[in-house]
Design a protein around this ligand. Structure first.
Ligand code: ATP
Length: 364
C-alpha cells in the first residue's frame, strides 16, 4: 500500500501542496513550526478521517478559509484509487474515485497508516483513556466490524447513564442486560487483538532495544473478577455491576465496562508505567507500533504507510539505528519529519526522497 500522490488545499498552513512521494523513505525537513507535522496529519486524516491531534474541523482549515481538501492517489496490487477528504466546519465528506462515500466502512482500508509521534510515550505514562484510544484504533484497522460493536456499546452506555443520572432505577435492568452483551463483544475483540499483538511484541522489543529484557501486554478489566470472567464472562460483569450499584447511583454513571478497562504494559514483570525508564518506555511504544505494522501487513497482505514525526529527537543513536534496520528490511513506505537531515541517516536509506518545508511550502 503506497501513497503515490498527495494534494492539499488550505489544510492548516499548507495552502497549496502537490507532492509525488517516493515508494520507500520520504524525509521532510525544516525548522520548527514550518508545517512538517501538519503534512503528516493530513496523510493520517486521509486514512482515518481523524486528526491525530484530536483537532476539530475548524482548526484543520487554514486561517480565514472555508474548507480544506486532502486528496491522495493510493496504489495497492497495481490498482490505483483516488481518495479525498473535504473538511468543512460542520463536517467531513469522503470520496473514493470521485464517488461520495455514504458508508464510512467503504472508505476505510484504502489507506492504512501507523503513526509514531513523540507524544505517544504518554501512552505508557498517561491515563487509561490514551491506551483505550490506541487499542480501539488498532483493533478497528483490521476488524471493520469492531466499529459497529463499539458504537452499539457506546449507545447503550449513553442510555443507561441517562437513567442513572436522574436516579431512575425502573427499566435499568433492561439496559444492564444489553450493556453486558455489547460489552462482551467489545472486550472479546480487544482481547483477540492483544493476543495476536502480544505474540509479536517481544521479538520487536528485543530488535529495538538490543537487549534481553522481557515485555508483557495484558487486558485489564476494571472492577471485574478476572478469574470468574475466564469461566463465565457475563456473570462476572453482572456481578461487578451489582457490586458497584451504589457507586453508580451516586456518580450517575456506569462504573463497569470497556469504557473503564485498561491495558497493562509490563517490563521484566513490573509495570512499565511506574518502573521503566524513558528510553525503555519509548522502545515499548515503538515495539507496539512494529507489532501493529506486522499485524496490518498480515491481514491486508500489504504493509501500512508509516508516519514518524520528529523521530530522531526521541530515540538514542543505537535504538534509532535498530529502527532503521527494521524499516529497511520491509517494503514499506515511510514518511519521516526532522528538523535537520543530519538527524536521519539519509545516505544509507535506499530510494529515499527528501523535501524541504518552509512556511507551509515545499521548496525542493
Ligand atoms: N488552521 C491553521 N491555519 C494556518 N496555519 C496553521 C493552522 N494550524 C496551525 N497552523 C500553523 O502551523 C504551524 C505548525 O506547523 P507544524 O506543527 O506542522 O510544525 P512543524 O514543522 O512540525 O514544527 P516542529 O518541528 O516544531 O514540530 C504553526 O506555525 C501554526 O501557526
Amino acid at each position: 500500500m503506497k501513497l503515490i500522490k498527495l494534494k492539499l488545499a488550505s489544510f492548516r498552513n499548507l495552502q497549496n501542496i502537490e507532492l509525488a512521494p517516493g515508494k520507500k523513505f520520504n524525509v521532510f525537513y525544516g525548522n520548527n513550526g514550518q508545517g512538517k507535522t501538519n503534512l503528516l496529519e493530513s496523510i493520517y486524516l486521509l486514512a482515518t478521517m481523524k486528526s491525530f491531534k484530536q483537532a476539530r474541523n475548524a482548526e484543520l482549515i487554514a486561517f480565514g478559509g472555508e474548507f480544506a481538501l486532502v486528496k491522495g492517489t493510493v496504489e495497492r496490487d497495481q490498482v490505483r484509487r483516488e481518495i479525498a477528504v473535504l473538511i468543512e466546519k460542520q463536517g467531513k465528506k469522503a470520496k473514493v474515485d470521485a464517488k461520495l462515500m455514504t458508508r464510512l466502512d467503504d472508505f476505510f482500508g484504502n489507506l492504512n497508516v501507523v503513526l509514531f509521534t513523540p507524544e505517544e510515550i504518554s501512552m505508557v505514562r498517561g491515563g487509561p483513556d490514551l491506551r483505550r484510544r490506541y487499542l480501539d484504533r488498532a483493533v478497528f484497522t483490521c476488524d471493520l466490524g469492531y466499529l459497529t460493536a463499539y458504537h452499539d456499546y457506546a449507545k447503550i452506555l449513553k442510555n443507561r447513564n441517562a437513567l442513572l443520572k436522574v436516579n431512575e432505577t425502573a427499566g435499568i435492568e433492561v439496559w444492564t442486560e444489553q450493556l453486558v452483551q455489547a460489552a462482551l463483544l467489545v472486550i472479546e475483540r480487544r482481547k483477540a487483538y492483544l493476543d495476536r499483538i502480544g505474540r509479536l511484541l517481544q521479538g520487536f522489543y528485543s530488535e529495538i532495544s538490543g537487549n534481553d529484557e522481557t515485555v508483557q501486554i495484558e487486558y485489564r478489566l476494571h472492577g471485574v473478577d478476572a478469574r470468574l470472567f475466564a469461566e463465565d464472562p457475563a456473570e462476572a460483569l453482572n456481578q461487578a455491576l451489582r457490586a458497584h450499584a451504589a457507586e453508580e447511583r451516586r456518580r450517575g454513571s456506569t462504573a463497569i465496562g470497556p469504557h473503564r478497562d485498561d491495558l497493562y504494559f509490563g517490563l521484566n514483570g513490573r509495570g512499565a508505567r511506574q518502573f521503566a525508564s524513558q528510553g525503555q518506555q519509548r522502545s515499548f511504544v515503538l515495539a507496539l507500533k512494529m507489532a501493529e505494522i506486522e499485524h496490518i501487513t498480515r491481514c491486508f497482505e500489504a504493509p501500512p504507510v508509516l508516519l514518524l514525526d520528529d523521530m530522531t529527537s526521541e530515540l538514542d543513536r543505537e535504538r534509532n539505528r535498530n529502527l532503521m534496520e527494521f524499516l529497511k528490511k520491509r517494503e514499506m513506505q515511510v514518511f519521516i519529519t526532522t528538523t535537520s537531515l543530519h538527524n536521519v541517516d539519509v545516505d544509507e536509506l535506499q530510494d529515499n526522497r527528501t523535501f524541504r518545508i518552509k512556511e507551509g511550502k515545499i521548496l525542493d
